[in-house]
Design a binder for this molecule. Structure first.
Ligand code: 5AD
Ligand code: FES
Length: 335
């Protein structure tokens, strides 16, 4: 169902304090129609916390001197995939800061090694803004998907969250380039980020309807102690759930993760997400030793849990909401 901006804004305002059962049930029904009760599993590998950018909300921004920086070696990355494969995973998400320490060629060769060892698996990259030519190289190397949240679709807001060398225009350019090349593309935004207005969230829905991404990552903003936003309040569970519902209705076939950030602000946040139309979970495959260093926001969950424990835990959690973990690749039905 395509929304106009004023329709989206109206739903946001109506559900601002309490998400109505009607909206939740509608969204869940659309999710069930398209995906049944499957919840897809993606293994997240946080392979570097070096970053050349200084996004004002992010704990691993370049200017944060308190971060212990790390890079996984190619062999360590492959070991993460091997652990995932042992657990039945068919998707690996390589996520990192924009780290000049990994050349484009190096990333391509890591992707192609993963694809050679695990030919049935999908590889997702989440490594930020690049030129179209570089994205094309990643695709040729075998990367199937790319995650790049737009963060906010309002210029004025974008420039309050980012330093002046980053622009919404370039972010959007990247997303359209990625789609054009043939990636399954994930956009997304934070809910409750500093200076956000209801109207901006409605604008996010407009942008998603225009871009038609295959995936949308939505999570609450959570302050990080070493950022200038440390004293801003975190996004609410309720508003994050409302945005999941509207996104599911606007893009019925989209892949929608119930994010770790949602599980961080509430003990049952991820289950709530699944009851609001989310259908993906992304357990952490990073080595336990580096988890604490990949801290985008404070209080992140699953810091000390082996992937096997997270899968057991997630399996039990999805069952409580009538879903089941689905270990297939979980490609977008839109391709
Ligand atoms: N709170 C919540 N989400 C955050 N991200 C980065 N910093 C924070 C934070 N403080 C999200 C951004 C980014 C994704 C990898 O993590 O949306 O795109
Ligand atoms: Fe990691 Fe529950 S999902 S311990």
């Amino acid at each position: 169902m395509k929304f106009t901006k004023s329709e989206a804004l109206e739903i946001i305002k109506q559900n601002k304090e309490v998400l109505s059962e009607e909206l939740r049930e509608k969204s869940l029904a659309v999710c069930r129609e398209n995906f049944g009760n499957s919840v897809y599993v993606r293994g997240l590998i946080e392979f570097t916390n070096y970053c050349r950018n200084n996004c004002k909300y992010c704990g691993i921004r370049a200017g944060n001197r308190n971060v212990h920086r790390y890079r996984l070696t190619r062999e360590e990355i492959l070991d993460c995939c091997r652990v995932g494969a042992g657990l039945g995973f068919k998707t690996y998400v390589l996520q990192g800061g924009e780290d000049p320490g990994f050349s484009d060629n190096e990333l391509c060769s890591i992707v192609s090694e993963i694809k050679t060892e695990f030919p049935e698996s999908a590889v997702t990259l989440s490594v930020g803004e690049r030129s179209k030519d570089v994205y094309r190289e990643f695709f040729k190397a075998g990367a199937d998907r790319f995650l790049l949240r737009h963060e906010t679709s309002v210029e004025e807001h974008y420039s309050l969250l980012h330093p002046s060398d980053l622009s919404l225009k370039n972010r959007k350019r990247c997303l359209y380039d990625l789609k054009d090349i043939g990636f399954q593309v994930g956009a997304g935004f934070m809910v409750g980020s500093p200076f956000q207005k209801d109207e901006y969230l409605a604008e996010d829905i407009m942008f998603l309807q225009e871009l038609e991404p295959h995936m949308v990552g939505i999570g609450p903003f959570i302050p990080h102690k070493d950022t200038e936003f440390k004293d801003f309040p975190q996004g609410t569970l309720n508003m994050t759930l409302v945005m999941l519902c509207i996104t599911r209705l606007a893009l019925p076939k989209v892949l929608l993760p119930s994010t770790t950030a949602l599980g961080t602000i509430s003990p049952t946040g991820r289950e709530d997400g699944l009851r609001c139309g989310a259908n993906v979970v992304m357990p952490n495959l990073s080595p336990i030793g580096v988890r604490r260093d990949y801290s985008l926001y404070d209080g992140k969950i699953c810091m000390g849990d082996e992937a096997a424990e997270c899968i057991k835990c997630l399996g039990a959690r999805v069952e409580t909401v009538g879903c089941r973990l689905d270990f297939s690749r979980g490609d977008s039905p839109l391709i």
